[in-house]
Write a protein that binds this ligand. Structure first.
Ligand SMILES: NC(=O)c1ccc[n+]([C@@H]2O[C@H](COP(=O)([O-])OP(=O)(O)OC[C@H]3O[C@@H](n4cnc5c(N)ncnc54)[C@H](O)[C@@H]3O)[C@@H](O)[C@H]2O)c1
Length: 260
């Protein structure tokens, strides 16, 4: 018997070209899944596919823009044409444009809404239509701890992530009766390219977080990929509408005076 726990599952990882999505693509492939690596950036997506194939896994690159309905429709229909079904839709594509709320422009506001909220909506809705026909499927959205707590310079970004959490809960009531689950991973800070670009003062950002992370470290992409694996696995069969904080305790923590 194989110990690969996603053997032959058809998985789509949107925003799989780098960062947290890339780590998830590798984890899914190691667990035996077929992985559609969907990303705006062709070179990134093809790079991930090349590494998966070199390691003996199965993957295909799909270039798409998560904000465009026809692109998402093509992604889902080509996956179903090639593989007969879609078992997992994990939606990692996102942008983080930090700055003071008083300086937030309409362009910055709209761009984050487009990618983070509309992109999640399109991927979840279009995948769910197929999964409802199959009477099974897993949708994984990616929100953030910043959709639940405030953070300096994070008003517009955090607002989009709060919307992703609401979308996840609202959609779960409608699609879960059809055997399709939807859950959200809310990562804490992980030093990806997105995080480094949004936090040019890396040291200040890191120490600002560490005060409130009792586990004493930032996350690694694999911490998030582990959660994305668990939610895709059979072990998560009765979990839906849930927000899974993967954050070293950040959300749980309030005052810390170190007196124990
Ligand atoms: N890194 C963190 O600390 C952190 C914390 C909380 C939440 N998140 C969320 O996790 C997700 C992944 O973040 P990351 O740090 O891996 O970012 P990243 O920038 O490293 O990777 C994001 C990927 O999404 C792709 N992408 C961006 N816009 C796209 C679009 N319109 N269509 C298709 N693909 C697109 C990019 O090309 C890139 O490959 C994001 O939603 C982010 O908000 C990240």
């Amino acid at each position: 018997m194989s110990d690969q726990r996603l053997l032959d599952r058809v998985t789509v990882v949107v925003g799989g070209g780098r960062g947290l999505g890339k780590a998830t693509c590798h984890r899914y492939a190691r667990e035996g899944a077929i992985v559609m690596v969907a990303d705006l950036d062709k070179d990134l997506a093809e790079g991930v596919v090349g590494k998966i194939e070199a390691a003996g896994g199965r993957a295909s690159a799909v270039v798409m823009d998560v904000t465009k309905r026809p692109d998402v429709e093509d992604l889902v229909s080509s996956t179903v044409n090639d593989h007969g079904r879609i078992d997992v839709m994990a939606i990692f594509a996102g942008v983080a444009l930090f700055g003071p709320a008083m300086d937030c422009t309409d362009e910055v506001w709209q761009r984050q809404l487009d990618v983070n909220v509309t992109g999640t909506f399109l991927c979840a809705q279009i995948a769910a239509r197929q999964m409802i026909k199959q009477k099974s499927g897993r949708i994984i959205t990616v929100s953030s701890v910043m959709g639940q707590r405030s953070g300096d310079r994070r008003m517009s970004y955090g607002t989009t992530k709060g919307a992703v959490i609401a979308l996840t809960k609202h959609m779960s009531g409608e699609i879960s009766p059809h055997g399709v689950t939807i859950n959200s991973i809310a990562p804490g800070p992980v030093k990806t390219e997105l995080w480094l670009a949004a936090n040019p003062d890396e040291e200040a950002a890191e120490s600002g977080y560490l005060t409130n992370i009792p586990m004493g470290r930032l996350g690694q992409p694999e911490d998030i990929a582990n959660a994305a694996f668990m939610l895709a696995s059979d072990d998560a069969a009765w979990i839906t509408g849930h927000v899974l904080n993967v954050d070293g305790g950040f959300i749980a923590t309030g005052v810390r005076d170190g007196i124990f």
